[in-house]
Every structure is written in structure tokens, then in C-alpha cells.
Ligand binder design. Structure first.
Ligand code: ATP
Ligand code: MG
Length: 583
């Protein structure tokens, strides 16, 4: 309990006064509630002793109305304050969670299921919030009401109190027990629902594949099963839910029967007044909620704690790519990149994906990288901005080991178009300016022109303001790539890397892009990864990788003379283009 509080304390900073006021309001509500049976007792006693008159009843009636209004107001206040605390706590926790997620590396994400992280960010955070908000309230409320109602009952009749409270602890047990089963079944329903929605999402977003392989019937059948499972799990939950309330009613009924039996006899024997009898019943009614709450709060707490543990576990994941204590800031850089005896494996158990790589890219050079698919090209360039950490002393920028450079400073010098472009559901312009929202629109449009995207944009309904993604236009593969290029070049950084960014555009457009690109990148380092010789022939140097090794390097002409992989690639593409022009 103390540990939970300690963990959550930082997220509830400055809430002390609000908490105090909330609890105060809560105690007021309870006190008002405790007052009502006393008023009723006075009325009933007056009635049964024949001392009642209209003005007394009117007075007592008005009093009850005033108190009820008081209850409404104070109840609103505590809810507003205490639930407010839990919501703000949740917000801070969620932010911290999100912020922490951003520090984790692509390698970490590759090992974790996104669905699990989503569940953490929704269900688990909610469970923690419930524990803090409702849990806190219910605990205070239950303890206070229980003690006070019991005290009132003991004042009226100690012996009778003893009789009636015997069945009540059963209530806590019933609630606790059934609550647990109910929750377990509820979770199954939730999981089943998640499977259902996952499936729908997958089928809807993959509808083109489903249709082109004529798999509609199969998918429909499969969906039927999932849907059936969902209904089945719901019914299992409803069965428990349906038993829950009647069982509580049963236990409560026992207590009331006791009052009727023993209290009623007291009234007959005149050892208890009619008013006391009625008041006693009311206090018993007030006692029932705290007994239910005990079982409920225990469940809330257990659930909340389990969720909090899961969240804390993520918080304890240290980012694996971090600044060293004496990391330096890179000021202006020339853009020299050097690989020294670089051998890299994604995982100590895996074979190396890169072996003994040695080469240098001079400042301002325009370098091409090619090689068979899976030869390690994307891996190689991911090491420059340290998306994955290279071993110490293997990758250098301006003669500084990238491992000794501050990450933020390193990454602010390099822009990459990753091979698998990701566009956000935002306007075209916003997507181009993703790397820096402060870029003026004119510059973004200029970049789009270099990337040969401008012509396409004029066909879009709202030009650069056109929304893309799920709720907007769908871009073609080539358009996506060119948008991605625009996004990278607009930053105008000392190092630009295009990873297979031109594969989906035709050779003519590719030439147009490269021509402009070389012009704007003059004096700045540019790396182009491509399977096409046409994209590489203007490079001052081409690097050829094969199975993680550097097998050839040189200019276009030098490599042709080597008659190696590059030469083969060239010949094959020559034949292809001749075939194409013959058509
Ligand atoms: P392509 O031309 O198809 O883009 P590539 O030359 O860029 O290929 P890489 O993506 O660098 O090739 O992949 C090189 C090898 O590293 C492959 O065998 C691949 O399976 C492996 N690999 C890539 N990413 C990871 C990763 N995150 N974890 C483990 N292995 C990986
Ligand atoms: Mg690649």
C-alpha cells in the first residue's frame, strides 16, 4: 500500500489542499446522511406517542429537504475534487509513460508487441486511476460510514447491533469473491473484443489483398467464429453479474430479518421505542454500502496494483541508446563520415550483418551504396544517427566517434528517408514539415519542387493543404516516396541519406530529382542507396555491399572496369532499358 502511494506520489504533487477539501466534503456528506435517521426517529416517536402536530412534521420535513440539498452539493464537491485528482494523476502518468516510450530504441520496439503497449496506455492506466480516485473515496467513505453507523446503532441498542452485523462480513466476502470472477470474465470479454476489432481493422485495411485473393468467404467465416466467441464470453459474464445482486440482497435480507425479529420484539416489550426501531433500520441500511465497498475496494486495489506494476516495469526499461556522461555537442560539422573496422550484429546471439567495413565519405561528397537485398545497406546507414548503436570506435563523424556525441546533437545533423516511409494523418504541408514545424511554407514547397512532387500537388483538391492518410487522399507509392524525400531535404542538414527512396519513381523523374538534388546539396554530404545504376552513376563513389561485406568501391567507370556485381547490375539494367525502348 505504502509502495503504491510512493510510486504515485510524484504524479499527485500539489493536490494536498484539493484532497483535504474533497475529504472534508465527503465527511460532510456522510454526516448529513447520518443525520436523516435521527430526524425520522423524532417524527416516528412523536407520532407513536401522539405528540405530533402538523407544524412539527412540516419542520422536520423541511429539515430533511435542506439536508438532502446539502448532500447533493457536498457530494458534487467531493466528486469534483477527488475524481479530479485521479484524472490529473492519470494525465501526468500517461504523459510520463508516453515520454518514456519515446526514449526507447527501435530495437526495443522490435521486441515488444504494440498491442500490449496500447493496453498499458489504456486499460492499465485506467485501473490505476480507478484505484486512486474511486478507491480512495470508497475507503474513506466506507470507514467513516461504518464506524459512525455502528456507533449510532450501538447507542440505540448494543445487543441488537451485535445480532445484525453477524451476516454483514459475508457481504464483503461475496462482493470480493464474485467481483474477482466477474472481473476475470470481463477481461476475457475485453480480450475477445480486442481480437474482434483487430480482425476488423486488418480486414478493412487489407481489403484489397483479401479481394484480390478472393478470400472474402474465408474471412467472413473466420469472423463468424470470433464473433461467436465474443457473445459466448459475454454470456458467461452476464451469468455471474446476474447472480451478484440477488446474492447481496439475500445477505442484506438476513440482517433486516434479524432487526425485524429482535428489534420488533423489543418494540412490543417496550424496551425499544418505535422511533429507535425505524432509525436502527435506517442505520443498518447505511451500513450495507461500506460492507460492499470493502470487497470492492480490495479488488480495485489489487487490479490497480497489478496494472501499476506493469506500468512501472516499462518505466524501469532503461533506454539502451543513451548519451555517455561526457558526450559532446557537435557544433557546425563538415560532414565527413568514416567507418573503421565496423562489425555489427543486431543481437549478440545473431551472426554479424556487417563485417570489417572500412571506408570514408569526404565532406560534401555524393556517395552511392548498392548491393543485393539483405546485404546490410539499411543497417549500415542506421548506425550513423545511432538508431542502433555501433561498437565503440567504428563510426565517426568529422573524426568524432558517434558514440561520444550527444544523440540530439548527432541526429540534428542528419536527415534520412527511411526505406519504409511513414506518413501521418495530416496535411501534405505538415507532413513535409514534420522534421521542423517552423520551416516557412515557401521552403517546404521549394523542397516539394525538388522532389518533383509539385506537379502532383496541383491535382489535389486543396493543394498543399490536402489531408493525406486515413481521412484524406491516398498517395501512390511514388508520391509517398517523393513526399518523404521532400521531408528530408527541406531540413537542409549537413548529411542527407536517401534509403532506396527512388525505387517507385520512373527513371525520368528520378533523373529530374537527382539533377536538382545534386545542385542543392552542393558542398553537403549526400548518400543514396539504390538498386538502380541510373541513380548511382553521378556519385563520386559507389560502395557495393554483399552479405555484410564491402566488396567493391569506386566511381561508376572504375566499377564497370572491375566487372563485378556493379557491372552485372549495369548490364542487366542496360538490357532492360533497351527492351523498354524497343516496345
Ligand atoms: P534491401 O535492399 O532489401 O533494403 P538491405 O541491404 O537494406 O536490404 P538490411 O535491411 O540492412 O538490408 O538487412 C540486412 C540483414 O539484417 C538482413 O538479413 C535482415 O534480416 C537483418 N536485419 C535487418 N533489420 C534487423 C533488425 N532490426 N533485427 C535483426 N535483424 C535485422
Ligand atoms: Mg534496405
Amino acid at each position: 500500500m505504502l509502495k503504491v502511494f510512493k510510486t504515485l506520489k510524484p504524479y499527485m504533487k500539489g493536490e494536498g489542499l484539493v484532497f483535504f477539501l474533497g475529504i472534508l466534503a465527503l465527511i460532510l456528506v456522510d454526516s448529513f446522511q447520518l443525520l436523516i435517521p435521527r430526524i425520522i426517529k423524532r417524527a416516528v416517536d412523536a407520532l407513536s406517542f401522539g405528540r405530533a402536530n402538523t407544524s412539527l412534521l412540516l419542520k422536520l420535513g423541511l429539515f430533511i429537504i435542506v439536508i438532502t440539498i446539502g448532500i447533493v452539493i457536498t457530494r458534487f464537491i467531493w466528486r469534483y475534487f477527488i475524481i479530479g485528482i485521479s484524472r490529473r494523476m492519470e494525465k501526468r502518468l500517461r504523459r510520463a509513460f508516453y515520454k518514456h516510450l519515446q526514449t526507447l530504441s527501435p530495437g526495443w520496439y522490435a521486441k515488444h508487441k504494440i498491442g500490449d503497449l496500447m493496453a498499458l496506455a489504456t486499460n492499465d492506466l485506467e485501473a490505476v486511476r480507478m484505484m486512486v480516485g474511486i478507491g480512495m473515496v470508497a475507503t474513506f467513505d466506507a470507514v467513516f460510514l461504518m464506524v459512525a453507523s455502528l456507533a449510532m446503532m450501538i447507542i440505540i441498542n448494543p445487543k441488537l447491533t451485535l445480532y445484525v452485523i453477524i451476516p454483514l462480513p459475508v457481504l464483503s466476502v461475496v462482493v470480493g469473491f464474485f467481483g474477482k470472477i466477474l472481473h476475470r470474465r470481463f477481461k476475457l470479454v475485453q480480450e475477445s473484443f480486442a481480437t474482434l476489432t483487430d480482425r476488423v481493422r486488418e480486414i478493412v485495411s487489407g481489403i484489397r489483398v483479401v479481394k484480390s485473393y478472393a478470400r472474402q468467404d474465408f474471412e467472413t467465416e473466420r469472423f463468424k467464429d470470433i464473433s461467436k466467441d465474443y457473445v459466448h464470453k459475454n454470456i458467461r459474464m452476464i451469468i455471474i453479474g446476474g447472480m451478484f445482486e440477488p446474492l447481496i440482497g439475500l445477505v442484506v435480507g438476513f440482517s433486516f430479518a434479524m432487526v425485524l425479529l429482535f428489534g420488533g420484539r423489543g418494540v412490543i416489550l417496550a424496551s425499544m421505542s418505535m422511533g429507535d426501531f425505524v432509525a436502527f433500520n435506517s442505520y443498518l441500511g447505511l451500513l450495507i454500502w461500506p460492507m460492499i465497498a470493502v470487497g470492492w475496494v480490495i479488488n480495485l486495489y489489487q487490479r490497480g496494483k497489478a496494472s501499476l506494476d506493469r506500468i512501472v516495469e516499462i518505466f524501469e526499461q532503461e533506454p539502451d541508446i543513451v548519451d555517455t556522461p561526457d558526450a559532446i555537442e557537435l557544433e557546425e560539422i563538415e560532414g565527413k563520415i568514416e567507418f573503421r573496422n565496423l562489425t555489427f550484429r543486431y543481437n549478440p546471439e545473431l551472426p554479424p550483418e556487417l563485417q570489417d567495413i572500412n571506408f570514408t565519405i569526404q565532406p560534401g561528397e555524393f556517395v552511392g551504396i548498392t548491393g543485393r537485398t539483405g546485404s546490410g545497406k539499411s543497417t549500415l546507414i542506421a548506425l550513423i544517427p545511432r538508431l542502433y548503436d555501433p561498437p565503440q570506435g567504428t563510426v565517426f563523424i568529422d573524426d568524432v566517434d558517434v558514440r561520444n556525441v550527444k544523440l540530439s546533437s548527432l541526429r540534428s545533423k542528419i536527415s534520412i528517408t527511411p526505406q519504409d516511409t511513414f506518413l501521418f494523418s495530416a496535411s501534405l504541408l505538415e507532413n513535409i514539415k514534420f522534421g521542423n514545424v517552423d520551416i516557412p511554407d515557401e521552403k517546404a514547397i521549394e523542397a516539394a519542387k525538388i522532389a518533383q512532387l509539385d506537379k502532383d500537388v496541383s491535382d489535389f483538391p486543396n493543394g498543399y493543404e490536402t489531408m493525406i492518410g486515413e481521412r484524406g487522399v491516398t498517395l501512390s507509392g511514388g508520391q509517398k516516396q517523393r513526399l518523404s524525400i521532400a521531408r528530408a531535404i527541406v531540413l537542409d542538414l549537413p548529411i542527407l541519406i536517401l534509403d532506396d527512396a527512388l525505387s517507385a519513381v520512373d527513371t525520368e523523374t528520378e533523373n529530374a530529382i537527382l539533377e536538382k538534388l545534386i545542385d542543392t546539396r552542393r558542398g553537403k554530404t549526400t548518400i543514396i542507396i539504390s538498386h538502380r545504376v541510373s541513380a548511382l552513376q553521378n556519385a563520386s563513389k559507389v560502395i557495393v555491399l554483399d552479405r555484410g561485406k564491402l566488396v567493391e568501391q569506386g566511381t561508376h567507370n572504375e566499377l564497370l572496369d572491375e566487372k563485378g556485381y556493379y557491372f552485372e547490375l549495369y548490364q542487366m539494367q542496360q538490357i532492360q532499358s533497351e527492351l523498354n525502348s524497343d516496345e
